[in-house]
Design a protein around this ligand. Structure first.
Ligand SMILES: Cc1cc2nc3c(=O)[nH]c(=O)nc-3n(C[C@H](O)[C@H](O)[C@H](O)COP(=O)(O)O)c2cc1C
Length: 277
């Protein structure tokens, strides 16, 4: 049974609880900005992501306060000065970014409150966060304001002008090492997750694959194999032949399931075809 929630009928606080719990884990942008007098501000935002690379666009949402409807200082600063840095949050930093998120008065510098360190930027005025392994300098290209009611989003769409990456997290081929960067991400309420504790590998399909619809009928209608197993079997570039009328369906499928649960797709096909594959 599913329960359904209509934003037209349910209070926005309830929708907030559902969305932050369901659309998760979310990466955390630690946004540094300056007001027009040059006073520094630092706040975390997990309504955040990157959306493409040419040009490189990121976006985060300092929503109007769900309780009071007040605008976030980060939003006001970006409207005034059009620049920010976005530092990615790793596990070591998480207590300090939580401290930076407390509702301080405008004009309070959360670098000072959180003990995080300013790292001078090159192309923009706001500093980055020296403790972060991945810092982006960015300029505001568009602010989409969804209405100024409590909880209304503000999309701060920014173009990345410069990226700073700590040497130790780069792989030999120039990628980001998913263990060494050690990001944390936000779930609902007080829950966070540490990415490196849940990493697993899935091959990236770069060519059209067989697909479940083209698997032999015996497999598609298996009483033992589930969608997950069928997808593993169908992630090949060509359809394997399965001899007709093979006996012992349950035994063959159980053996195949055993292999698929261990990621052994070749052995699963061997088991399904009684070694005739
Ligand atoms: C991990 C984390 C993620 C957060 N994400 C958001 C968010 O996406 N949008 C938002 O409006 N507030 C978010 N907050 C709350 C803001 O950080 C908080 O309201 C902060 O005081 C805003 O600061 P400012 O008014 O100086 O910009 C988050 C807080 C934490 C700890």
């Amino acid at each position: 049974m599913m329960r359904s929630f209509d934003p037209e009928l349910v209070p926005h606080t309830e929708i907030h609880r559902l969305l932050v719990g369901g659309v998760a884990p979310r990466p955390i942008a630690l946004v540094s900005s300056l007001d027009k007098d040059g006073t520094s501000n630092l706040s975390p935002f997990s309504f955040f992501n990157a959306f493409g690379v040419n040009p490189p666009i990121i976006c985060f949402s300092p929503a109007y306060s769900g309780r009071t409807g007040a605008a976030k200082h980060t939003m006001m600063n970006l409207d005034e000065t059009k620049e920010c840095t976005v530092s990615i949050v790793n596990h070591e930093m998480v207590h300090q970014i939580s401290l930076a998120s407390a509702p301080y008065e405008r004009g309070i510098d959360e670098f000072v409150k959180s003990g995080l360190t300013k790292r001078p930027s090159v192309k923009v005025k706001p500093p980055g966060v020296a403790e972060s392994p991945f810092i982006m300098e960015a300029k505001l290209v568009q602010h989409v304001d969804f209405g100024g009611k409590p909880g209304s989003p503000n999309l701060m769409i920014c173009e990345v002008l410069l990226i700073h990456v700590r040497e130790e997290i780069l792989t030999e081929t120039g990628g980001i090492d998913p263990v060494r960067i050690d990001q944390v991400a936000r779930l609902g309420g007080p829950y966070y997750t540490r990415a490196k504790e849940g990493i697993f590998v899935l091959p990236q399909p770069s060519k059209p694959l067989v697909g479940i619809d083209r698997l032999p009928q015996e497999i598609r209608e298996s009483p033992i194999l589930t969608g997950k197993h069928l997808a593993q079997l169908a992630s090949l570039e060509a359809i394997p032949e399965l001899p007709d009328g093979l006996p012992n369906l349950e035994a063959r499928h159980s053996k195949a399931k055993h292999h698929l649960d261990r990621g052994e797709v070749d052995k699963a096909w061997e088991a399904l075809s009684n070694g005739k594959w």
